[in-house]
Design a protein around this ligand. Sequence first.
Ligand SMILES: NC(=O)c1ccc[n+]([C@@H]2O[C@H](COP(=O)([O-])OP(=O)(O)OC[C@H]3O[C@@H](n4cnc5c(N)ncnc54)[C@H](OP(=O)(O)O)[C@@H]3O)[C@@H](O)[C@H]2O)c1
Length: 256
Amino acid sequence: MPEPAGPARIALVTGASRGIGAAIARRLAEDGLLVHVVCHSALDAGRAVVKEIEANGGQATLHRADVGDESAVGELVEHVIARHGALHVLVNNAAVIDDQLLALTSTDRWERVLRTNLTGPFLTSRAVLPAMLDQGWGRIINISSNSARTPGPGQSAYAASKGGVEALTRALAVEVGRKGIRVNCVAPGKIRTEMTAAVADRFGPDGDGTRWGLPEDISGLVAFLAGDEADYVQGQTFTVDGGRMVMRGAAGRRSR
Ligand SMILES: NC(=O)c1ccc[n+]([C@@H]2O[C@H](COP(=O)([O-])OP(=O)(O)OC[C@H]3O[C@@H](n4cnc5c(N)ncnc54)[C@H](OP(=O)(O)O)[C@@H]3O)[C@@H](O)[C@H]2O)c1
């Protein structure tokens, strides 16, 4: 028998063991949602996120799943829905970065990035849709990247995956817009996380005058998009980069 969902909405956040995903999970729990934290390899880090949420009075459950694995995603979503009889918010945050110049990129490497970053959101979205359609209410929030529009060298797979995520956002929004489901996307700029630790030098002060963002700079907008107030927001991608993109454009125009 499913546990009654009660007043709490149920959220599933992928890649929530650290970085931006962990901040989103913490923020949704603070907002009163019951959060399912999905990690892949970092079980201990995932446990720490759940403990922190509980210590702050929130509710969270940890899962381990590869978002690119169709049967693992199916089991995960089935488990959550069997437990609560509902699933209201999906945040597709999990991703990998594996930069390599296109000429040197093996097909395996390309497919690994696309599998996690683009097939993952497809699989999770498809799995949650029946419950959201039954409820007549749902929120799917995809996490893209500035790299979809302004990629650096070596980012062909990552940028293509994130461009795909933005297109997927719009395409699904068109399909479910009349069913009470909102599908939107957040594209962060440079955010201090483990993902960017290795490339921090490349992103250092580069004249655009913007600071490094924090995971919490992203989680607030995601929380808004996950709520009732976002009812009139559909199929959009929001850049959250402290102005980096526009200031770079202005710097480029000044130097011409
Ligand atoms: N940081 C930035 O500057 C930045 C900028 C633009 C966009 N973004 C986007 O923001 C999101 C979060 O980035 P982040 O910097 O927080 O990344 P991160 O610190 O590298 O964390 C990535 C998360 O994704 C999970 N993950 C990786 N592969 C997975 C898989 N196959 N199945 C399930 N989970 C998987 C990891 O789980 P485990 O740790 O358990 O393995 C981890 O929780 C990503 O979509 C990223 O592309 C980040």
